[in-house]
Design a protein around this ligand. Structure first.
Ligand code: G3P
Length: 217
C-alpha cells in the first residue's frame, strides 16, 4: 500500500517527504483554505516541486463542461497533477471525458461501493472512499473500502486504485492496508502517530542509559 499525505501544508509535506515513505499528496479546498495563501496554483506547483508522485487537485466547478475546462487548466500546472472530481452525474461525465484525454482523475467524496464502482467505470485513476466521515455518521467506512476492493478485483479491466481517505487515526491505516487498499491518504498528525510508540521511546532511553553506565565505568 502507498501512503499519500492529505494536506496542503508545505512544511508538513517537506517534513514527510524527508522520511522517504510518502508517494503522493491529496489536497482539497478545505485543506487549502487552512493555509496562509489560498492561491491553489502556487501551492500546487510548490507541492509538485517537492513530491514526484501523484498530487490531487480538486475542481471547484459544478457542471460537467466547467469541470472539464477547469481540469484541463489545472492538469497543466505540473506533470504529476491529477484532478479530484466529486461523484455526481456531472462529475462522472467530466471524468469520462478527461480520462479519455489521458488526464488522471481522482473520483472523490465516495461514500458507497456503488459510487466508487461508477467512478471506476468512468475511467477514474483513483476512487477515494471517505472512511472517517462515514464512521462519523455511524456507518462502517472501512467496510465500504473492503467492498470496493472486492468488487474491483472481479473486473481487472477497471484500473481504478482505491484510496482510503478521511483517515482519522492509525487504526484506519492498519485496516486499510489489511483490506488491500492501494493508497491511504493520511493527515500529517496521523502519520506522526503511526511512527510514535511509547515503548520505542522507553526502549531508546533504556539502551542509552545502560550504555552510559558502562561508558562511565
Ligand atoms: O482526502 C479527503 C479528506 O481530506 C477528507 O478528510 O478529515 O475532512 O473528512 P476529512
Amino acid at each position: 500500500m502507498q501512503i499519500f499525505l492529505d494536506t496542503a501544508n508545505i512544511d508538513q509535506i517537506k517534513q514527510a517527504a524527508g522520511l522517504g515513505i510518502i508517494s503522493g499528496v491529496t489536497t482539497n479546498p478545505s485543506l487549502l483554505a487552512k493555509e496562509t495563501t489560498a492561491d491553489y496554483e502556487t501551492v500546487t506547483k510548490k507541492i509538485c516541486s517537492i513530491i514526484d508522485g501523484p498530487v490531487s487537485v480538486e475542481v471547484l466547478s459544478e457542471t460537467a463542461d466547467e469541470m472539464i475546462k477547469e481540469a484541463r487548466i489545472k492538469a497543466k500546472w505540473a506533470p504529476n497533477v491529477n484532478i479530484k472530481i466529486p461523484i455526481t452525474p456531472d462529475g462522472l461525465t467530466a471524468t469520462s471525458v478527461l480520462s479519455e484525454e489521458g488526464i488522471d482523475v481522482n473520483m472523490t467524496l465516495c461514500f458507497s461501493a456503488n459510487q466508487a464502482l461508477l467512478g471506476a467505470l468512468a475511467g477514474a485513476a483513483y476512487v477515494s472512499i471517505f472512511v472517517g466521515r462515514l464512521d462519523d455518521v455511524g456507518q462502517d467506512g472501512m467496510q465500504v473500502v473492503e467492498d470496493t476492493i472486492k468488487i474491483l478485483a472481479n473486473y481487472p479491466d477497471l484500473e481504478a486504485q482505491v484510496i482510503a481517505a478521511s483517515i482519522r487515526n492509525p487504526m484506519h491505516v492498519t485496516y486499510a492496508a489489511m483490506a488491500g487498499a492501494d493508497v491511504a491518504t493520511v493527515p500529517y498528525a496521523v502519520l506522526m502517530q503511526m511512527i510514535q510508540h511509547p515503548l520505542t521511546d522507553a526502549g531508546i532511553k533504556r539502551f542509552l542509559d545502560d550504555w552510559k553506565k558502562v561508558a562511565n565505568k
